[in-house]
Ligand binder design. Sequence first.
Ligand SMILES: *Cc1c(COP(=O)(O)O)cnc(C)c1O
Length: 427
Amino acid sequence: MRLQCVDCERELPTGKFEYQCTCGGLYDIIHDNANLDADYLKRVFRDRLSERMTPYASGVWRYKELIAPEIPESCIVTKYEGNTGLYSSELLQQYTGIRRILLKAQSENPSGSFKDNGMTVAVSHGRSLGYERFTCTSTGNTSSSLAMYASLAQCTSYVFVPNKNISLNKVLQTLSYGANVISFDGTYDDGIHFYEKYSEELGLYICNSINPWRIEGQKSIIFEIAQYLNWEMPDWVVIPGGALSNVTALGKGLEDLKRLGLINKVPRVALVQAEGASPFHQMVAKGEDTLTPQPNPYTRASALNIGNPPSWQKALRTLEQTTGVTCSVTDDEIMDAKAKVDQSGIGCEPASAATVAGLRKLITQGTIHKDETAVCILTGNVLKDTDALRDYHLGDAFTSSYRNPIVNAELTIEHMRDFLKGNAYTK
Ligand SMILES: *Cc1c(COP(=O)(O)O)cnc(C)c1O
């Protein structure tokens, strides 16, 4: 295993661990695993599906050889994360217009978002280096996930949360796991800058997405998709982008699968951002090669509310390697798509529904053909943001094309007969 800067390609001596190179670029993990045999790996990964009480029962650690071969089993902190459903949906095929859609419900992770896929690896790595204090700055899900794993490992977590535009549910979840929550006046980006400067002095292990071990763990999402589909990939994988760690992991995971011969075809990646926080999409759309940060990002999809995504260079590599595309969608488009995902019985938080909204748009634009197949990655759970649900179904903050309000009823048989016939409810 080596650490290499994505920008200047400087390599760190083995055994050392830093997040960021002196040139400002982030470090990337490179495994020496070219000699692993595809058939051997497929057999091992299949055999581990019957594990229950070992780390290999996890949908992340099942792929340990490709994620973190050096981390000792004794340091692994796991809640058997991953192992999430991959669902088809007639309703969402109709809504997006595509022939075949599959939804990968990372929302079913133990803390309710895909952040668990990466966090189990970051916290385990921190433990292997002897750390007992962990930290992150977060718009919500990262902090819930870190708080959960830190508590599971009987360690302490310190979580910096912006005091605006975040979901209260997520902060409450973080508090409930026992994290020290520090709310500050500033943005996610300000929090990141603070850590770049002071984490070493404070002796804190940083679990933000700049931590390359999180990216390694998040590769398991595409590994699981590939394994569940018998190593036959769809035409497209659609993913939402905030800090751009997940799209980075997706690209890296696909590269591993292709290089090792586990898959033949590499799907194209479609990255979807919320219009109010879409610096990466704008860079790509304008054909520029450097990211211009957006100073005041705003979207109701709180997990995407990031104006200066740290992993943009790594994300660009994913697009290049997969002939990927980007698009942006409005909050109304996101919330309508979310209503459909929820109605399909799968459910997700606003940020995740950007994928379905984006797929619909890319089909309308002709970028994705309706005869193709797509997997949308649903990143977070339906109950992560109940404010958004209330505003959509019971308030007037959104267009709410699929509003499903509460019906106030008198319990009489006449009313109910009428109601079941589909007649408007009359008092
Ligand atoms: C973190 C998060 C995202 C964005 O992922 P990035 O890696 O930051 O691009 C999207 N949806 C949910 C629910 C998230 O928690």
